[in-house]
Design a protein. Structure first.
Length: 498
């Protein structure tokens, strides 16, 4: 694992360096001194490479001196406009440009005109970005050559804040722990990560002081959770409902996060087509985000009380699987005609949402789910869909998402959409028509939210997995939601009185 430390020492004369450069190719104080020492090598390279210091652009200069292996210039644009998200991206992109033979690298947040003198936040965010980008999932590679493994072991983040940046970074490191756990869980194949295995992973949070309770099928049956159990009945791998409780300071009602944890979604009897079905191992990304967020929140000892609930099932076709047309009864007594067994996430969430309200009276409930392919069509992988019955909650979530660049786009709810769920035989059916698929799914969930309960639903089907590298997320599992939920909790801590 990458070891991150902080310093204000002068730049080393050997090894690899990442240096910030402001717009118009403007070097900071230390960058300029280094350039001079190297006989103008940096300015010459910027000229020849057409490098202007534009945001997140990099220019790598190999072997600028016998002892320096590489200098990566990284653009930061206008120093006045640099914010936390940009620093994280700079850390991530700088990190990616380093992948050479270097074991130790320096990342310098230089002093630039117009840049906030307090560079601790910048250094801490850059460190976070670097750590997040350095994530890899190599568990199942047995034939990796040594030269294909990352050489970098130490990242030293240098800034005028020096070692004081370490205390600013400490809570972010806990958030990164949560992101890493979520990415690991989402990356694991479904033959390994069964509902039972995922429940055991949640159990590991006990060592951070989280109270973790597992409900098995028998206990869920007692509660009448027919919606969740109906999905599970086709699989030999038994389902679990996992409840994670973090006790903060004070007696405020908790915030509650609920996650869809379908460890594999074949579609059930309404079987999905084979092409791309392997992607459905990540149909538990909502639950991974909730588990990861609980790890972050407990890791940094948040003051808010938070409850995480995940419904874990496998959706399989078999002789015991539920059939299209079956009618199931949810824990709150509503009947559902299951017209499509592939619309299973909402069935799992229905009972998990009931449990959250019944036992915790939360101040707000936020559920996360890879719920619909339609949200991918609508928003792609840049924004997750946000649905809510409460404008304040929706705004706070959007705000938190913006701050950590896990962006949300709100979509409407309304009675005319709700009507599309009308069934001829039961209280509702589990699919709407061909239109507005993400909205009718959200509408279905809302039927399980009590009067006056502030609730939001995040459809992360498009954002949970990424096919290309981006600044702070390598290709693959994104852990979308972990940083957002943590930020949402942190902002709640910052407000008094609600
Ligand atoms: N897990 C899928 C949604 C999904 C699609 C997640 C692509 C990630 C990537 C969900 O259970 C599902 O199958 N939804 C159906 C709903 C339909 C049957 C109403 C869908 O989106 O097609
Ligand atoms: Mn499905
Ligand atoms: Zn699904």
């Amino acid at each position: 694992m990458l070891k991150i430390s902080f310093t204000s020492d002068p730049l080393p004369t050997q090894g690899a360096l990442v240096l910030t450069v402001a717009e118009k190719g403007s070097l900071g104080a230390q960058g300029a001194a280094l350039d001079k020492k190297l006989g103008g090598a940096l300015t010459r390279a910027m000229d020849n490479g057409g490098f202007t210091g534009a945001k997140e652009k990099t220019l790598t200069i190999l072997s600028p001196s016998p002892a320096l292996t590489r200098i990566v210039l990284i653009g930061m644009g206008e120093p006045e406009k640099a914010d936390a998200a940009l620093w994280a991206r700079i850390g991530g992109t700088g990190m990616a440009a380093l992948s050479g033979k270097d074991v130790t690298a320096y990342l310098l947040i230089d002093t630039h005109k117009g840049l906030d003198e307090d560079t601790a936040e910048a250094a801490a965010q850059a460190a976070l970005g670097a750590r997040l980008r350095s994530y890899r999932f190599d568990l199942y590679r047995t034939k990796q050559k040594p030269e294909d493994k990352p050489a970098l072991k130490n990242l030293i983040v240098a800034s005028s804040a020096g070692k004081t940046a370490a205390s600013r970074y400490a809570p972010l490191d806990k958030v990164a722990d949560g992101v890493e756990l979520a990415r690991d869980l989402v990356s694991e194949p479904a033959n390994v990560l069964t509902p039972a295995a995922l429940a055991q992973q949640a159990k590991t949070l006990e060592k951070l002081g989280v109270k973790v309770t597992l409900l098995d099928a028998k206990q869920m049956k007692k509660f009448g959770m027919g919606a969740l159990l109906g999905v599970a009945q086709g699989s030999p791998n038994p389902p679990y409902l996992v409840v994670m409780e973090w006790q903060g300071k004070g007696k405020k009602a908790p915030l509650c996060f609920v996650g869809k944890g379908v460890t594999f979604d074949t579609g059930g009897i309404s079987l999905k087509p084979p092409a791309g079905m392997w992607d459905m191992k990540y149909d538990m990304a909502g639950s991974a985000a909730v588990i990861g967020a609980m790890k972050a929140i407990a890791g940094r000892k948040a003051k808010e009380s938070v409850v995480g609930i995940v419904g874990l099932v496998e959706n399989m076709p078999s002789g015991t699987a539920q059939r299209p047309g079956d009618v199931v009864t949810s824990a709150d007594g509503q009947t559902i005609e299951v017209q499509n067994t592939d619309a299973e996430g909402r069935l799992v969430l229905a009972d998990a949402l009931w449990y959250a309200q019944k036992f915790f009276k939360p101040r707000a409930i936020v559920d996360l789910a890879t719920l619909t392919g339609a949200i991918k069509v609508a928003l792609g992988s840049d924004y997750a869909g946000l649905f809510s019955n409460d404008d304040t909650l929706a705004d706070r979530l959007s705000q938190a998402g913006k701050a950590v660049e896990e962006k949300l786009w709100r979509l409407p709810l309304g009675e005319s959409y709700d009507r599309l769920l009308k069934s001829d035989i039961a209280d509702m059916k589990n699919i709407g028509g061909p239109d507005a698929g993400s909205i009718t799914a959200a509408q279905f969930l809302q039927r399980f939210i009590g009067k006056g309960v502030a609730w939001a639903h995040l459809d992360i089907a498009g954002t949970a997995w990424q096919t290309k590298d981006s600044a702070v997320i390598p290709q693959g599992a994104t852990a979308f939601g972990v940083r957002l939920l943590d930020q949402f909790v942190a902002e709640a801590e910052g407000r008094s009185g609600d």
